[in-house]
Each structure stands twice: as structure tokens, then as C-alpha cells.
Ligand binder design. Structure first.
Ligand code: ATP
Length: 235
């Protein structure tokens, strides 16, 4: 579904991605873990179009994604749930979700999407008329994920959804992502610093460091790899 080849990107003199290559098959749940500054967020920004790479290629369902303007990429079925949630604080929960439903598929599927979002996160139904900026961090993360789901994506990209959340709240977000994948038949690409939870939830993972892939493999292989256990799992 998604194939990234030899991607280089950066900011001025700073190189964030150094020839990274990876792929995600349709229906897979892939996690990308790695330390601060490894280039995870930059990679998502290149996929969704807010950062233009220096070189490399990305195909999405066989199409040359870098030739598609950023504003059209959501219409192809790519939803990017950004780091730091970035909900619209003055808008209500429901209005935030509506903002996600601007794609043709999102408008068409609105009724079933909103039913599913409220089933997944019942607190959002209760709070649907509340301004999103007044919600807790965990609830704002639910809004951000819901807004992504409201576009009826084929690929859901989640950038550090657990950031700043208490462990129990973070766990409930990981459980929600597993549910989304199962119930909505989506492809999921998750970037996380909480390596254990991210790897335990996925089918396959990548460990990235300084803008390149260090290790790649099925979930069980990465979780039992000594380098991963020492560097990321604290064992
Ligand atoms: P984090 O978990 O901290 O978000 P990350 O793995 O997502 O880390 P990126 O945010 O992609 O990493 O950052 C990769 C590199 O690019 C880092 O060295 C970072 O300092 C640099 N960088 C990121 N955004 C910018 C920017 N807007 N301007 C300059 N440098 C940037």
C-alpha cells in the first residue's frame, strides 16, 4: 500500500531523514519506534505533504504520492493524526469531528463513522457539545483520532498518540488503535516513543535512528531482539 524509498529530508542544514526506506502492506499494523529526533515526525510530514523531501520516492497504492499536492492526499485515503493532537480548541468535539469529514468518503460515511467513533470513545458522545480545548489530554487525543477516522481513511497514521498521557490513559489509547484496526479494516502506521506498547500492538515494526532504519521485523522478532530489549525496553 505504502512504499518509501531512499527518502532524504531535512530543515536547512539539518538532515532529518537519511535515505530511509520502508513499506506497509494493506491491512497491516506497523509501528515505528526510535529515540527523540530520529526523524519519525518528519517522515509523517513528508507522507502527508507538509515537508517536501530532498530526494527519494513514495508510492501509495501504486500512485506517485510526491506528485500529488498535499491538500489532495487526504482524499486518497491518508489520515495523519499529528503529534500534540492539534485539536481546534474553540470548536466543540462534534465540530472537530466534522472538520475531519471533508473528504468525499468522509461525507458519505459520516453516519457510520460517527456511530463508530462514539462507540469507541463514549466520553466524546457525552462531551460532544463541549469545546475541545477544555478537555483532558487523553480526551483531546480521542478527538484527534476521531477526526482522522471521520475522513474514512485507508491508511491511518498516528504520531505519538500516547505523548504526555498517564500510563493507564495511554494504554486505553493503544487498545483503541487495536480496535480500530480490527473493526474498520484499516492499515495503521504508528510512531511511538513508548516502544513496548507500540511493538506489542503491531504486526511488524521498524526501529529508526538518525533518519534511517536500524532494524525491521515482525513484532515477536523485535520484542525478543537483544538490541531492542536493551535500548528500548530497558532490559
Ligand atoms: P520526536 O519524537 O522528538 O518528535 P522525531 O523522531 O519525530 O522526534 P523529528 O521531529 O522528525 O524526529 O526530527 C528529526 C530531526 O529534525 C531532529 O534533529 C530535529 O531537531 C530536526 N527538526 C525537526 N523539525 C524541525 C524544524 N521545523 N526545523 C529545524 N529542525 C527540525
Amino acid at each position: 500500500m505504502l512504499e518509501i524509498k531512499q527518502l532524504h529530508a531535512g530543515y536547512g542544514g539539518i538532515a532529518a531523514l537519511n535515505g530511509i526506506s520502508l513499506k506497509v502492506d494493506a491491512g497491516e499494523f506497523v509501528s515505528i519506534v526510535g529515540p527523540n529526533g530520529a526523524g519519525k515526525t518528519t517522515m509523517f510530514k513528508v507522507i502527508s505533504g507538509s515537508v517536501v523531501p530532498r530526494s527519494g520516492a513514495i508510492t501509495f497504492n501504486g500512485e506517485d504520492l510526491l506528485a500529488v499536492p498535499a491538500h489532495r492526499r487526504a482524499h486518497l485515503g491518508i489520515a495523519h493524526v499529528p503529534e500534540g493532537r492539534q485539536v481546534f480548541p474553540q470548536l466543540t468535539v462534534e465540530e472537530n469531528l466534522e472538520m475531519g469529514a471533508y473528504t468525499e468518503a468522509g461525507r458519505k460515511d459520516w453516519d457510520s463513522n460517527i456511530d463508530y467513533i462514539f462507540q469507541l470513545f463514549p466520553i466524546l458522545r457525552e462531551r460532544r457539545l463541549q469545546q475541545a480545548g477544555t478537555l483532558s489530554g487523553g480526551q483531546q487525543q480521542m478527538v484527534a483520532i476521531g477526526r482522522g477516522l471521520a475522513s474514512s481513511p485507508k491508511l491511518l497514521m498516528l504520531d505519538e498518540p500516547s505523548m504526555g498521557l498517564a500510563p493507564a490513559v495511554a494504554d486505553s489509547i493503544f487498545e483503541a488503535v487495536v480496535d480500530i484496526r480490527r473493526q474498520r479494516n484499516l492499515t495503521v502506521l504508528l510512531v511511538e516513543q513508548r516502544a513496548v506498547e507500540a511493538l506489542e500492538s503491531c504486526d511488524r515494526g521498524y526501529v529508526i535512528e538518525t533518519g534511517n532504519v536500524m532494524l525491521e521485523g515482525p513484532q515477536a522478532e523485535l520484542l525478543s531482539d537483544d538490541r531492542v530489549r536493551q535500548a528500548y525496553l530497558g532490559m
